[in-house]
Design a protein around this ligand. Structure first.
Ligand SMILES: [Mg+2]
Length: 311
């Protein structure tokens, strides 16, 4: 009896410790809140030094990481996952995360400031699985259908244009994010720039097919990206290696665009296109800031991207 009682006591102690540990994880305070800074280039040596000293910046969104366990980042990498249970109404976490993702894509959360930590694994599974590819394919098919219909009424003066964003629209940075928690790790400008400068971002296949069809239909192709002029060469090389050729204009952020939101910067560039006499009939982008603002295209096509939000 004494031995049995001791085992029972040890078992109870272990259970209590396990429960305490679980409670600690469940109740982990979210104490890191990181606001996306504009992706800017330093203007002076002093700013460059400051940027170098503080180069650990978040992904272009606000991220909340559990302070103690980094459970979300671990989950995004496929490690030990803290799986929350159904909520008070019995809705399981994957359903809640699907709702969150739909709301983000529909721009109902804007300006959304965080990937919910409980949805880290959901976002990982989505962008690495068949659903993301299927969603991309569907957007491309609908875009192509519209382009073919619009092409029947092209002006014939070479002034009908289609605008494409680059990152997560023509090229995919998923290989980079796979190594960085699918956006749930702190965003490091140096590391991301190193990735960009490798020029190894793969094409999104359905976007490459759309790009070629739109170009062959007679549209002018304008690439409008938040990348900076300093990355023009590597961006051109990366695009060419992945099969993108013969665009008419590649617009990157110049020095004077550094501190503008993407919405303002891209609206201004579209306005310049209009002032040059172009009619923007189509626009493809993974961010609403690629598509909204002023001088909007006749039709806009939003590609999915649940990893980050850029204003
Ligand atoms: Mg993009």
């Amino acid at each position: 009896m004494a031995r049995g009682g001791g085992l029972a006591g040890h078992t109870l102690l272990l259970l209590l410790l396990a429960a305490a540990a679980a409670a600690a994880v469940t109740g982990a305070e979210v104490d890191v809140e990181l606001v996306r800074p504009a992706r800017t280039e330093p203007e002076s040596e002093a700013e460059a030094a400051a940027a170098a000293a503080q180069h650990l910046l978040p992904r272009p969104l606000v991220i909340e990481l559990p302070s103690s366990s980094s459970a979300a980042a671990a989950a995004a990498r496929g490690g030990d996952e803290h799986e929350p249970g159904p909520d008070a109404d019995g809705v399981p976490p994957d359903v809640r995360c699907a709702s969150w993702r739909l709301a983000a894509e529909a721009n109902n959360l804007a300006p959304w400031k965080a990937v919910p930590p409980e949805c880290a694994a959901h976002v990982r599974d989505y962008v690495t699985g068949a659903a993301y590819r299927s969603d991309l394919d569907l957007v491309a098919r609908e875009s192509a259908a519209y382009a073919r219909a619009a092409a029947t009424t092209l002006g014939g003066d070479g002034r009908d244009a289609w605008v494409f964003d680059v990152d997560e629209t023509l090229l995919s940075n998923i290989p980079y994010y796979a190594d960085h928690g699918y956006g749930l790790e702190l965003f490091d400008h140096h590391k991301f720039d190193e990735w960009v400068e490798r020029g190894e971002a793969p094409a999104i296949p359905s976007s490459l097919k759309l790009y070629n069809e739109v170009r062959d239909l007679g549209f002018k192709i304008f690439l409008l990206t938040g990348r900076t002029e300093g990355h023009r060469g590597v961006t051109v090389d990366n695009l060419n290696r992945q099969g993108f050729h013969d665009w008419d204009k590649l617009v990157l952020r110049a020095a004077e665009d550094r501190k503008k939101t993407a919405t303002v910067y891209k609206s201004e560039k579209r306005k310049e296109m209009e002032e040059e006499g172009y009619r923007i009939l189509g626009n493809s982008g993974d961010q609403w800031s690629d598509l909204l603002g002023s001088s909007m295209s006749a039709r806009s096509f939003k590609l999915p991207n649940p990893m980050y939000y850029i204003p």
